[in-house]
Design a binder for this molecule. Structure first.
Ligand code: CU
Ligand code: ZN
Length: 173
């Protein structure tokens, strides 16, 4: 897990209350997604812990237009050429599949990301039920991010019926 100090030049400031701000830390992890299943889909995703939620940011390119299933899968192993080595959706709560903001969902259910006509998806949302951690029960470091061939219907258990796995990246801290 990377902890980087968010720079605050307290020494140069006379303002009261500066102490404390300089202790702020950013806890984040990243995944470099590479094509699978014969696709050209690739990109970068960053996970940043913000209190009890995680902000997910980044950009994925090379897909067809529209919403595409986007999940954290259990195993951080992208070695298979169809990414089947990542196992199922990350599901520490032994729940059923759902949407990212549904009360019943896998922790790894991040819903869909939307690709534009140029095949680019700009990713920026927050989600609960996961942590930027190696050791927490819901920790995502060491697991994998998957982009799917088609959209997640946010209900079909256990996969969301999102089709093949077209990009895969291991989450590293
Ligand atoms: Cu998936
Ligand atoms: Zn799921």
């Amino acid at each position: 897990m990377k902890k980087s100090v968010i720079g605050v030049a307290c020494g140069a400031l006379l303002a009261a209350g500066c102490a404390g701000v300089e202790e702020q830390k950013e806890v984040s992890a990243v995944a470099l997604l590479q094509p699978r299943s014969g696709s050209t889909v690739s990109g970068n995703i960053k996970f940043t812990q913000i209190g009890d939620v995680v902000r997910v940011t980044g950009e994925i390119t090379g897909h067809t237009k529209g919403p595409k299933g986007f999940h954290i899968h259990e195993k951080g192993d992208c070695s298979d050429d169809k990414a089947m080595s990542t196992g199922g959706h990350f599901n520490p709560g032994k729940s059923k599949h759902g949407g990212p903001y549904d009360p019943v969902k896998h922790a790894g259910d991040l819903g869909n990301i939307v690709f534009n006509a140029d095949g680019i998806a700009k990713v920026n949302f927050t989600v609960g039920d996961i942590a930027v951690s190696k050791d927490a029960p819901n920790g995502i470091i060491g697991r994998a991010v998957i982009v799917h061939a088609t959209n997640d219907d946010l209900k079909t258990d256990p996969t969301g019926n999102a089709g093949g796995r077209v990009a895969c990246g291991v989450i590293t801290g």
